[in-house]
Design a protein around this ligand. Structure first.
Ligand SMILES: [Zn+2]
Length: 89
């Protein structure tokens, strides 16, 4: 009984670890099949994947690779704009 539980937990962790690669379509045929099999049985992982997919979709639509980069970009753009407006009469 305990063994099955540990196995299940491990598999859930594996699913979580591979979730981004599953969404990106980077997994092999068997890996993907195993993931899908797990997702059919495990509601928790299914919700997790769904959430990740939604997050990735949003990130992709915004075309933003990294939060830190956004910060720097915005800061640079603001500085540029400020400089431009400063020069304008
Ligand atoms: Zn699971």
């Amino acid at each position: 009984m305990i063994k099955t539980r540990i196995l299940e937990m491990l598999r859930c962790r594996e699913v979580a670890e591979r979730a981004d690669r599953l969404i990106d379509g980077e997994l092999g045929h068997w890996e993907r099949l195993n993931m899908k099999l797990h997702l059919v049985m495990c509601r928790g992982c299914r919700a997790f994947i769904q959430q990740m997919r939604a997050t990735q979709k949003l990130t992709r639509e915004a075309d933003v690779p990294d939060d830190t980069v956004i910060g720097d970009d915005i800061m640079a753009a603001l500085a540029q704009r400020r400089a431009k407006f400063g020069k304008r009469p």
